[in-house]
Design a protein around this ligand. Structure first.
Ligand code: ZN
Ligand code: ZN
Length: 166
């Protein structure tokens, strides 16, 4: 359910064609027993290495993610790279509508990084950094005009390379 809603938002907001692939297990070495979490970077590396012809991959996980320097992450991305990862673990599913909206926001944010965008200073922009749920909820589910311009510019250069059909 979350996966298809995320895919629909990537299409509607960023204009990306998506392809939902069968689920795969995270690599064994991604689990960090002392923290009870998964290391996002290890999983992203694995995802990026899967040869399936897709120019970008976004992994969606139910389990909690961490990074070596952060106690948890909602998502992580290779800046300008091939793969990103999102965790649904901390999105509070008591309100389904809000839950799916949060999942879509984090996914769009991480895909923005995949396309090479950094964090944005505009408070409402989806590329604004959020460290907690209240901050995430205050973002609109769209890119500000400057980020939108960058997204389109980068996507059209990928189309020109024949890597992605928009
Ligand atoms: Zn970010
Ligand atoms: Zn922006």
């Amino acid at each position: 359910m979350a996966v298809s809603i995320i895919a629909a938002n990537l299409q509607a907001v960023a204009g990306l064609n998506t392809n939902i692939l069968p689920s795969v297990e995270p690599p064994d070495n991604a689990y960090v027993p002392v923290r009870g979490q998964f290391d996002a970077t290890v999983i992203i590396k694995k995802l990026a290495g899967l040869e399936d012809g897709a120019p970008f991959k976004l992994g969606i996980m139910a389990q909690d993610l961490c990074s070596p320097i952060l106690s948890f992450v909602y998502g992580e991305s290779q800046l300008g790279g091939k793969a990103a990862l999102v965790s649904l673990h901390r999105l509070f599913d008591d309100d389904p509508e809000l839950y799916y909206q949060r999942a879509a926001k984090i996914s769009l944010h991480e895909v923005g990084h995949l396309l090479g965008l950094g964090h944005c200073w505009e408070n409402f922009c989806i590329m604004h950094f959020s460290s907690n749920i209240a901050a995430l909820d205050s973002l609109s589910i769209s890119f500000c005009p400057a980020c939108e311009y960058e997204i389109n510019r980068r996507l059209s250069s990928i189309v020109a390379d024949g890597g992605l059909v928009r």
